[in-house]
Write a protein that binds this ligand. Structure first.
Ligand code: HEM
Ligand SMILES: [Cu+2]
Length: 568
């Protein structure tokens, strides 16, 4: 079981000498540093993606006027902003932060070893990711601008510069996304292998914290679903650059083939980012409710079931693409089925809270908000997964509101829960609670202010991805313009309330209250290590595991928590 040998060898190689800034922070193979690299790169990309949403929401509220800090938004710029906002948020924020940053920082600490089993592959993964970010950003500045064919890159629009007008932007976008995928394939191998082979002595499969399981399952899902998309990406790249016609119907190609390849990956991808977020919420909730996780095995098996089912739902994105109407029955059914494991997990989480002695700390508030907000995303998905209703709602703002009610809880709300919760471990100090709570309310309330009105606009027929909708009287729904302005105003409020977060983060790094090893009195192994953990994590004293990760409020014990490494 306890196989830390490989990691120890690699890690001894660079022990015992003063490290320069470059070897310590830039070319490091330490899993924690790589986690930070992913975290801060992801957050920086998040600022760019967030800025883009500000620009196009301003255009939607005040069509044609000059947007402060940007200028007048041309239709081409609008398309490119929307496309790259989506691309950035999914591939360059949600994935690097939730999987790569948390996976890297937490897995070795939580399973009680000194590093990933392949530290150099780990470094390579981040370096490729960084290159992919640079390629994507560069693609905004090439002649004729960045790609504007949506994050789904449907052909024929995406295949030829004559169609999309971005001869350099389109292939660079594709290259960036492909490199990002390569980075995560490499990283994923490490997460799975490390968890299976390097666990602390005594840690059985069912003693692994749920978040580690979630990252492992997510990595496997990603690896299993992305292959066809990579093949498709290469074909699309050839269509763009070499003049092949795999996806161009004008020359006998099949554009719907791309949709299949894209969504065969695209739907599992939703769970790739969802599962780590659910893991975060589980850890935070148990600690701050002082309760054992309700139904550990059930949650674990539900997420595996969810993963498997997610390979059979992809065509619910294609109900109006000319798929056989009989197939839509099948995909409606599988889509409704998949809501069962998600519901089981949500119920288990609510049961975990039930009767707990809840402390409404900042991470806990974010974790609980995740449950409520994600529920709205899940429930509205049932209408979209039913082909009958989807034919009407397809590509409206209803869809947009639906998936933001899933992605914002994942990539924003759960991510903040994670940052507030593990910040003391990462940097040895706590973040300020008062400002944390201000940040919480200032994020969650305006979030609903942005997206609730968009459900109404969508149901009224407003189509997504339209830059100058005033040009389409049928789609304009002029009487609902107030809702658009309200949504944009809410976004501005949300953005302003991120300032206390960043100030809190930076000030707490230097002046936050010192945390000690286990500030939240939690049970999992990362809290055994010093805060912040040194190189090698446990100062050579690797913990031994005696029980599962959630033994809170056990009867007959003096303390209300029982760390995994305490013999009794
Ligand atoms: C909280 C701030 C956010 C706001 C205000 C926002 C707003 C929007 C809007 C208005 C659009 C559609 C524009 C149009 O179709 O004309 C859009 C598209 C999109 N957003 Fe967001 N968004 C936010 C955060 C996120 C996050 C966190 C994610 C994912 C993790 C995300 C993923 C997407 C995707 C995938 C698209 C579709 C892009 C496309 O159509 O190609 N967004 N966003
Ligand atoms: Cu889907």
């Amino acid at each position: 079981m306890a196989e830390t040998a490989t990691a120890t060898v690699a890690h001894d190689e660079h022990h015992g000498h003063e490290e320069s800034f470059w070897s310590k922070y830039v070319f490091s193979t330490d899993h924690k540093i790589i986690g930070f690299q992913y975290l801060f790169t992801g957050m920086a990309m998040g600022l760019i993606g967030g800025f883009f949403s500000y620009v196009f929401r301003m255009q939607l509220a005040f069509p044609g006027s000059s947007v402060p800090f940007f200028g007048v938004v041309s239709p081409a710029a609008y398309n490119s902003l929307v496309t790259n906002h989506g691309t950035i948020m999914i591939f360059f924020v949600a994935m690097p932060v939730l999987i790569a940053a948390l996976g890297n920082f937490l897995i070795p600490l939580m399973i009680g070893c000194d590093d990933m089993v392949f530290p150099k592959l780990n470094r390579l993964s981040y370096q490729i990711f960084l290159i992919s970010c640079i390629v994507l950003i560069a693609s905004f500045f090439v002649p004729q601008g960045g790609f504007g064919g949506a994050w789904t890159a449907y052909p024929p629009l995406s295949t030829k510069a004559e169609y999309n007008g971005t001869p350099f932007g389109a292939p660079l976008w594709l290259l960036a996304v492909t490199l990002e995928i390569v980075a995560f394939l490499i990283g994923g191998i490490n997460f799975v292998t490390t968890t299976m082979n390097a666990r602390a002595k005594g840690m059985k499969l069912y003693d692994i914290p749920i978040i580690v399981w979630m990252i492992v399952i997510a990595s496997i899902l990603f690896m299993a679903s992305v292959g066809p998309l990579v093949a498709g990406a290469v074909m699309l790249f050839f269509d763009q650059t070499l003049g092949t016609t795999f996806f161009d119907p004008a020359a006998g190609g099949d554009p719907v083939l791309w949709q299949h390849l894209f969504w065969f990956f695209g739907h599992p991808e939703v769970y790739v980012v969802l599962l780590p977020a659910m893991g975060v919420v589980a850890e935070v909730m148990c600690t701050f409710a002082r309760k054992k996780l309700f139904g550990y095995n059930m949650i674990l098996y539900s997420s595996i079931g969810l993963g498997i089912l997610s390979f059979f739902v992809w065509a619910h994105h294609q109900f109006i693409s000319g798929v056989d109407p009989r197939a839509t029955y099948l995909f409606t059914t599988t889509t409704l089925l998949i809501s069962i494991p998600v519901a089981i997990m949500l119920f288990a989480y609510i049961a975990t809270l039930w009767g707990g002695s809840i402390e409404f700390s900042t991470p806990m508030l974010f974790a609980m908000a995740f449950l409520g907000e994600f529920l709205v995303g899940g429930v509205t998905g049932i209408w979209l997964g039913s082909s009958g209703t989807d034919i009407y709602l397809h590509d409206t703002y209803f869809v947009l509101a639906h998936f933001h009610y899933t992605f914002v809880p994942i990539a924003v709300i759960a991510t903040y829960a994670a940052i507030y919760y593990w910040f003391p471990k990462m940097f040895g100090r706590k973040m300020n609670e008062f400002w944390g709570k201000i940040h919480f309310w200032g994020t969650v309330i305006p979030f609903n202010g942005i997206f609730l009105p968009l459900f109404i606009l969508g149901a009224a027929g407003q189509h997504r991805r339209i830059a100058g909708y005033t040009a389409y009287p049928d789609l304009f729904t002029e009487n609902l313009q107030d809702l658009r302005v309200f949504a944009t105003g809410s976004l501005i409020v949300l953005i302003l309330f991120q300032i206390p977060f960043f100030v809190n983060l930076i000030v707490s790094l230097k002046r936050g209250e010192k945390a000690g090893r286990n500030p939240w009195k939690a049970n999992t192994l990362e809290w055994v290590a010093p805060s912040p953990p040194p190189h090698g994590n446990f100062e050579g004293n690797f913990p031994e595991v005696y029980r599962g990760p959630y033994e809170f409020s056990v009867e007959g014990r003096e303390e209300d928590y029982w760390p995994q490494n305490k013999p009794n």
